[in-house]
Write a protein of this length. Structure first.
Length: 395
């Protein structure tokens, strides 16, 4: 099963995820160890039960061996183990509980609860539905044979049955979670494969004809040389023209694949800011509902600006609030679409980095401009980025 980076980075252990780090193993051990609290009755019996030194030492060793065997069975739920081996291990665990209960007294009947729980945790549901009642039945038989055991039976029978069957349900939930993770990974892989196939088909459609034409004209030019240099030169000129057009087609196709849009980037900004715990104030409705028309290149430049600004807010600003506005402004050159991103963080970088430099180049390529800097004196009131592009008719 593939483990995602999020699972690896999580401090705890996800459902159905094998603990990989020492911290995750300790967390799982702590959760399992909590339930060992109910072994206080046998421990108290060892300390103050009036047993001789020999039985007390043997009882302590038996209890340690029982707990170790129980932990092995519970921890093995993340691994694959043959059912027969699990049944043998449970038989050993049940035998330990039986011997300790018969020799040391009724306080040790609680060990059968752990036998039922480990049975439900370690075995498939089709087998555990028989072994859990079997453990409860064995506990009942031993309780009848132990002096005063029937007084403890009522308080242990229900926990044994409920704990065992609860672990069967937990095991089914873990298996379902693992299957869902695997299905999600498969769907993601299929989607990636489908996208690669689509790109391959599009590039084939774009380049197939052009490359075939280039090949034919190259062969023709080769045959014309050296007898018909003028005709060969014309073929070479045609090859250059077709090559340039193919290059333009490829560039348009690739930029179409990766061109961001304002609606998409606004949705992404809302998700990113919420995940970072930043209060987001974003425009509602159609973000390109402006008096003038934005070309695809202009919208793409504004979308890149929004993405870079939100990325900086999330990563570097330490802001608690971020506001995004999109509107129009009147300048000496005419009306412009204006995107403003303002946060209340630490004031942003002291000098423009590669991201802001790249945004400036993108905006200047479509006739726009970028201004970025502290939103107030000495940067104490956050950072503000303003991207502008001229409004005109859509080409």
């Amino acid at each position: 099963m593939a483990v995602t980076k999020d699972d690896e980075a999580a401090p705890g252990v996800g459902i159905g995820v094998k603990p990989l780090t020492l911290r995750q193993q300790l967390v799982k051990a702590a959760w399992i160890g909590i339930w060992l609290f109910y072994l206080s009755a046998p421990v108290t019996d060892l300390i103050s039960g009036g047993h001789a030194t020999g039985p007390r030492i043997l009882g302590a060793l038996g209890l340690v061996a029982f707990v170790a065997w129980y932990l092995v069975l519970v921890f093995r739920t993340v691994r694959q183990m043959a059912v027969a081996r699990v049944l043998v291990s449970l038989a050993v665990l049940a035998a330990q509980a039986t011997v300790l209960s018969l020799t040391l007294g009724r306080e040790w009947l609680v060990l059968f609860v752990y036998v039922a729980i480990s049975s439900g945790a370690a075995l498939p549901a089709r087998v555990a539905r028989w072994t859990v009642p079997g453990a409860a039945a064995l506990m009942t038989a031993v309780a009848l044979a132990v002096p005063g055991g029937t007084a403890y039976l009522a308080g242990l029978l229900i926990p044994a049955l409920m704990g065992g069957f609860a672990m069967i349900g937990v095991g089914a939930m873990i298996r379902t979670t693992i299957e869902l993770r695997q299905a999600r990974a498969t769907v993601a892989q299929l989607a990636a494969n489908e996208e690669r196939l689509r790109m391959a088909r599009d590039l084939h459609d774009l380049l197939g004809h052009s490359l075939s034409l280039i090949t034919l004209k190259s062969e023709l030019a080769g045959r014309m040389l050296p007898g018909q240099p003028e005709a060969a030169a014309q073929q070479v000129a045609d090859i250059e023209r077709v090559s340039r057009q193919a290059l333009v087609d490829v560039r348009e196709a690739v930029s179409g694949y990766r061109r961001p849009t304002l609606p998409g980037e606004l949705a992404g900004a809302r998700t990113a800011l919420a995940a970072a715990g930043v209060v987001a104030v974003l425009p509602l409705g159609d973000p390109v509902d402006l008096p003038g028309e934005l070309t695809e290149e202009q919208e793409s430049a504004l979308a890149w600006s929004l993405r870079e600004a939100v990325t900086n807010v999330v990563r570097h600003s330490g802001a608690k609030r971020c506001a995004v506005t999109l509107g129009t402004a009147q300048t000496l050159e005419g009306p412009v679409a204006e995107l403003t991103v303002r946060d209340d963080g630490s004031g942003g970088p002291s000098s423009p980095g590669n991201g802001l430099t790249g945004l400036t180049e993108r905006l200047e390529a479509v006739g726009g401009s970028l201004s970025a800097g502290p939103a107030g004196p000495a940067g104490k009131t956050g950072f503000r980025l303003v991207a502008r592009v001229p409004l005109g008719s859509r080409s």
